[in-house]
Write a protein that binds this ligand. Structure first.
Ligand code: SAM
Length: 336
């Protein structure tokens, strides 16, 4: 079966040594963030490293052009907080124009979304994952160590009012912090077609919160969900949405995203590019390939394409099993 675009000469996607198609790249546009979520960043962390610095617009464009050329179909801009990059709409527009790339999405904390959404839609953005762990202003300040709840809430309401636009709401679940809000989040799916995704904490957090009894595993989240909505029914979700449900009569869906408690390596289709331009082929493995030096050369694009293909070839079969300890301190470093 021909996939959309293939008949028009779009390159075939790359396949790794284990037959997995790799057609999805997450690009972190900055390590900086305007929030300091307790499970993600230390108070003083999250600024872009002064050495190296982040990839500039021209570098990002070259990389995206090459990604499209080697069969990447989907790009997600993340960070840090990607909306801190002024050029985001231009980057979205560039990605959308790049041959081969069909789907361009954004993961954001939403603080700056309301005032940029129009430009992003005009640029062709295909969807937003909004991260919001609480619907309570006071808790928001405690979790994020910053103000800004009203802005995020307005962004959420805006998105809830856009029925044709794909929206997912990422809610990181922590025991004793926000688990009591699970029903309120599910209620958002009553009138809106969004997917609310309850996420398990990854063990990449500066404070090692996952060791402190706050960790709430996917099974525990599922039990809470079942208890609150006994009539909830299974639904079809994406690869990472291990559990997917719909409350009968509700328009949207609910998913649970395990992290540590379940291994998704067998269906991993991703690469990551860090804000300073390192290519990471596995979230659970140390080791990355610096792309920036390749960008300076005369045959930059050919070198990049070769390097990306090699990274895909070397993707480990099972990063969790083979991990020798990952030195990632925060999701914001690796483009969460
Ligand atoms: N600033 C953007 C945002 O908030 O969506 C993009 C970057 S943020 C690192 C991406 C996602 O990673 C957020 O949904 C956040 O909740 C999640 N995250 C951060 N640290 C995490 C951890 N230790 N385990 C699981 N998810 C984490």
């Amino acid at each position: 079966m021909l996939m959309q675009g293939e008949g028009q000469g779009a390159p075939a996607p790359m396949t790794d040594s284990f037959g997995r198609i790799v057609d999805y790249v997450r690009i972190a546009l900055t390590e900086a963030c305007n929030l300091r979520c307790t499970y993600c960043l230390r108070e003083g962390a999250g600024e872009d490293a002064p050495s190296g610095g982040k990839l500039d617009k021209a570098e990002l464009e070259t990389i995206m052009r090459v990604l499209g050329g080697v069969g990447v179909r989907k790009i997600r801009f993340t960070g840090g907080e990607p909306l801190l990059r002024r050029e985001l709409p231009e980057l979205v527009a560039f990605a959308k124009r790049s041959a081969g790339i069909r789907n361009v999405k954004l993961t954001t904390n939403g603080v700056l979304l309301e005032r940029r959404i129009r430009e992003l839609l005009d640029a062709g953005l295909d969807g937003v994952n909004l991260s919001l762990d609480t619907l309570d202003a006071g808790r928001f300040s405690t979790i994020t160590r910053r103000e800004g709840f009203d802005k995020v809430r307005r962004a959420l309401d805006l998105l809830l009012g856009m029925p044709e636009f794909p929206v997912k709401l990422n809610v990181l679940m922590l025991r004793g912090i926000n688990q009591d809000e699970l029903p309120a989040f599910v209620e958002l799916t009553r009138e809106s077609g969004i997917t609310v995704r309850f996420m398990e904490l990854q063990p990449f957090d500066d404070h090692q919160i996952w060791r402190t009894g706050r960790f709430m595993g996917a099974e525990m989240i599922r039990e809470h969900l079942m208890r609150a909505f006994p009539g909830i029914e299974p639904a079809t979700g994406t690869d990472t949405e291990h559990y997917s449900f719909r409350v009968p009569g509700y328009r949207g869906s609910v998913a649970i995203i395990p992290a540590y408690s379940r291994n998704f390596c067998s269906s991993c289709s991703r690469l990551r590019i860090t804000a300073d331009g390192r290519l990471v082929s596995c979230l659970y493995r140390d080791g990355s390939i610096p792309l920036r030096p390749l960008l300076a050369g005369e045959s930059a694009e050919a070198e990049l394409a070769r390097t990306i293909a090699e990274a895909v070839r070397l993707k480990p079969q099972d990063g969790l099993k083979s991990r020798g300890g990952n030195s990632v301190q925060s999701m914001s470093q690796i483009g969460g």
